[in-house]
Design a protein around this ligand. Structure first.
Ligand SMILES: *Cc1c(COP(=O)(O)O)cnc(C)c1O
Length: 400
């Protein structure tokens, strides 16, 4: 009989042969635009710290102050004795920020998504997800035991066909607000319309939209509201945000009606059976939230970088997926070519990671460039210059 370790080794070897083995890069610096990666100084274009708040002095100070005031750990789960004033204040501020009745803080977005979905649907219900939804949403759907249907990316028409065919007790439509690997946005008015017509609930995970879209950083829902669409907690019932991206920290929240939040507090196991996030972290997030709302220049500057980047990529003959967000994907398709392109950038001192299957669909390996409001002009030009090498590699690959 094959030993356990032998089996694992074979599985790892197979992944390596497919060039899909992942390696963790070690950072010896804070997250930022200039980082020390595996001992080398490089310019990073692959963090999700879109607004540059992970290293902001106000956020760091709030963390320090929070440690002084509340200590290091929360000491218990929320329902026992770990729900501190820091968490509670943050929840109230998030409810105001999102224009919802209440908000609930989770330790991570992954847990929030699994928790919310499995609390709201189960056997006898149906869940409908965009094919490109984040892994945590897909996992939540699978774990829930509900009938699981995926619709083609952004295709509200196909979603309606599926909704029409389902006759389950409860129907839940789930989508990313901004898609994490493509950078494009869900058409919320279309999703709201489809869900309403078929008596389904709508859940949007806006991990990459909060802080980045909307005048005050209110995310995808705010963006569409500003375009004149009615989007509120009656037609977009479940709103998810995370603190690991534009907020520069970590953790997540769910925002919605009084009944939704109270239901989660009572029944959501990934909320109940885990230690509350460190209260100092909640204090740091409160400081981030203030900056998210106040510093409009960060969003304006990001939009400016994105516009210029798209223009230059076009000149270089590098095709980008449609996206107005700081996530700009250069799809090269081939895994080997994408790894080479990433290595070529690294040689020029620019870090952009190669995103490969299974994170993205087979044949759609890509460089995922992300911008931050603290990228300087000089860093931006360095990226453009380095991308000339990628354009050459691509040209050679096509020429073969
Ligand atoms: C990052 C991300 C998550 C997971 O959030 P964590 O707080 O990192 O666990 C969930 N959904 C989307 C769309 C994400 O991009």
């Amino acid at each position: 009989m094959k030993s356990f370790r032998q089996e694992l080794r074979q599985q790892l070897q197979a992944r390596d042969e497919d060039r899909l083995l992942r390696h963790r890069h070690i950072l010896h610096s804070p997250q930022g635009t200039e980082i020390i990666l595996n001992g080398e100084h490089v310019t990073s274009f692959c963090s999700n710290d879109y607004l540059g708040l992970a290293g902001h002095p106000d956020v760091i100070q709030a963390y320090h102050d929070g440690l002084e005031q509340f200590g290091a750990g929360s000491g218990a789960s929320h329902l026992v004795s770990g729900h501190m004033a820091a968490h509670h204040d943050l929840e109230e501020e998030l409810a105001t920020f999102t224009g919802r009745s209440r908000a609930l803080v989770f330790s991570s977005g992954y847990m929030a998504n699994i928790g919310v979905i499995t609390t709201l649907v189960g056997k006898g219900d149906s869940i409908f997800e965009d094919r490109l939804n984040h892994a945590s949403l897909l996992d939540g759907g699978l774990f829930s035991g509900a009938a699981f249907r995926r619709y083609p990316h952004l295709d509200a028409g196909a979603l309606e066909v599926l909704l029409n065919a389902a006759d389950s007790k409860r129907k839940l439509v789930v989508s990313d607000g901004v898609f994490s690997m493509d950078g494009d946005m869900a058409d919320l008015p279309q999703l709201v319309n489809a869900a309403m017509k078929h008596d389904a609930l709508l859940m949007i995970d806006d991990a990459h939209g909060f802080g980045v879209l909307g005048e005050d950083g209110g995310g995808t829902a705010a963006f569409w509201r500003e375009q004149g669409h009615d989007i509120d907690e009656d037609n977009l019932q479940i709103l998810i945000g995370t603190f690991g991206k534009a907020f520069g920290a970590s953790g997540a929240f769910v925002a919605g009606s009084e009944e939704l939040i109270e239901t989660l507090i009572q029944f959501c196991r990934p909320y109940i059976y885990t230690t509350a996030m460190p209260p100092a972290q909640a204090e740091a997030i409160r400081a981030s939230l203030k900056l998210v709302r106040k510093d409009r220049w960060r969003r304006e500057y990001l939009a400016h970088l994105v516009t210029r980047f798209r223009h230059h990529s076009d000149d270089l003959g590098l095709e980008l997926l449609p996206s107005r967000t700081p996530i700009q994907a250069i799809v090269l398709g081939d895994v080997e070519l994408t790894l080479k392109a990433s290595a070529c950038l690294l040689e020029a001192g620019v870090f952009v990671s190669a995103i490969r299957p299974p994170t993205v669909a087979p044949g759609s390996a890509r460089l995922r460039v992300t911008f931050s409001a603290i990228h300087t002009e000089e860093q931006f030009l360095k990226l453009l210059h380095a991308l000339e090498g990628v354009a050459r590699l691509k040209g050679q690959a096509v020429g073969q």
